[in-house]
Design a protein around this ligand. Structure first.
Ligand SMILES: Nc1ncnc2c1ncn2[C@@H]1O[C@H](COP(=O)(O)OP(=O)(O)OP(=O)(O)O)[C@@H](O)[C@H]1O
Length: 282
C-alpha cells in the first residue's frame, strides 16, 4: 500500500438534496483521500451522509460544490459516457445481496455482463468469469445457476466477483456485510482482505459498525450530520477516538460482554437523545 499517493480525493464536497429553493444540505465540505491499495472506513450513524459521499464519487448524486479526483483526474461532473468508462476503475458492492443481483439472470450472465458491455469476447469473458468465481471461492459450476439458489453470504461473494471482473482500482463497499450473520460477515471480510492483498484494489468501506471497520480498514473517517469530524489510523480511531461524537459511536458499538453491552446501550440512547436535540436545534 502507498497511502502517500491518493488514488481518490474528495475536496470540500457539498451535496444538497431537496429543491433549489429549499435545499437540504447533506454533505458539508467533506474532504477525504483514499490511497492506492488502501482501505478507508467511513463510519457514522444512520443518516450521517456516508452513502451520499459514496454516491457522489460514483456520480449518482450531483455535487453542488467541491471537487472529486480519481488518479489525478477531475471526475466531479462527468458526462454519461465518461462515467460509463470510469466504471472499469471504480466499482461498488451494495449492502443487500438479495436485491443487487438480477434474479432473472444466471450467475455466469451477471458476471459476464460488464465484460460484454466493455466489448470483451465470449471466450475470454468466460475465462475471466471462472477466474473471478475461483477468487471468491465458488466453483465455476455455479455459472449456470440463479441468485435465488444461493445464501446471503454466497450472493455477496457473487456481487464481489461481479465488482472485480473488470479489475477495478477502487471498490466502494456500502455496508457490504451488515445484512449477513456474524460468521458469514467474518468470511466475507476475510475475502475482501485477501482480495486487496492479492490485487492491490483500494476500498472505501462504508459501515456503521466500528468492529467491522477495525478488522479491515487502514484508516477510518467518522461522519456526523454530513461533516467529517475525525480521520485517522484505523486502530486509533476505533479504540481511542478523539472527537466526542466518535467516542459516543465507539461506546455504542456491540461487544461480547452483556454487562458492558448494557452500559454501551445506555450511552447509545444518550447519543440518540443528544442527536435529536441537535437536530431540533438546527
Ligand atoms: N435521494 C434522497 N433524497 C433526499 N434525501 C435523501 C436522499 N438520500 C438520502 N437522503 C437523506 O440524506 C441524509 C444522508 O443519507 P445517507 O443515506 O447518505 O446516510 P447514511 O449515513 O449512509 O445512512 P445509512 O447508514 O442509514 O445508510 C439522510 O438524512 C437521508 O434521509
Amino acid at each position: 500500500m502507498n497511502a502517500q499517493t491518493p488514488l481518490l480525493t474528495a475536496e470540500n464536497v457539498v451535496v444538497d438534496y431537496g429543491t433549489r429553493r429549499h435545499p437540504n444540505r447533506v454533505l458539508h465540505e467533506v474532504s477525504l483521500e483514499v490511497g492506492d491499495g488502501e482501505c478507508v472506513g467511513l463510519v457514522g450513524e444512520s443518516g450521517s451522509g456516508k452513502s451520499t459521499l459514496g454516491k457522489a464519487i460514483l456520480g449518482l448524486v450531483p455535487v453542488a460544490s467541491g471537487k472529486i479526483t480519481f488518479d489525478g483526474r477531475d471526475i466531479t461532473h462527468l458526462k454519461r459516457r465518461e462515467r460509463r468508462e470510469l466504471a472499469k476503475d471504480i466499482q461498488v458492492v451494495f449492502q443487500d445481496p438479495y436485491g443487487s443481483l438480477n434474479p432473472m439472470m444466471t450467475i455466469g450472465e451477471i458476471l459476464a455482463e460488464p465484460l460484454a458491455t466493455a466489448g470483451v469476447g465470449r471466450a475470454k469473458a468466460r475465462r475471466t468469469v471462472n477466474e473471478m468465481l475461483e477468487r471468491v471461492n465458488l466453483p465455476a459450476s455455479v455459472s449456470d445457476r440463479f441468485p435465488s439458489e444461493f445464501s446471503g453470504g454466497q450472493r455477496q461473494r457473487i456481487a464481489i466477483a461481479r465488482a472485480l471482473v473488470r479489475r477495478p482500482r477502487l471498490i466502494i463497499c456500502d455496508e457490504p456485510v451488515s445484512a449477513l450473520d456474524l460468521t458469514t460477515q467474518a468470511t466475507v471480510l476475510e475475502l475482501l482482505i485477501d482480495l486487496q492483498r492479492d490485487t492491490g484494489v483500494s476500498y472505501l468501506f462504508v459501515s456503521h459498525d466500528l468492529g467491522v471497520v477495525r478488522r479491515i480498514c487502514h484508516r477510518v473517517a467518522v461522519m456526523y450530520r454530513g461533516n467529517l469530524v475525525e480521520v485517522g489510523d484505523g486502530e486509533q480511531v476505533t479504540r481511542d477516538p478523539q472527537h466526542p461524537y466518535s467516542q459516543r459511536l465507539l461506546a455504542a458499538s456491540p461487544v461480547a460482554d452483556p454487562a458492558q453491552q448494557a452500559e454501551r446501550r445506555a450511552e447509545w440512547l444518550a447519543l440518540r437523545a443528544a442527536h435529536a436535540r441537535d437536530s431540533a436545534a438546527a
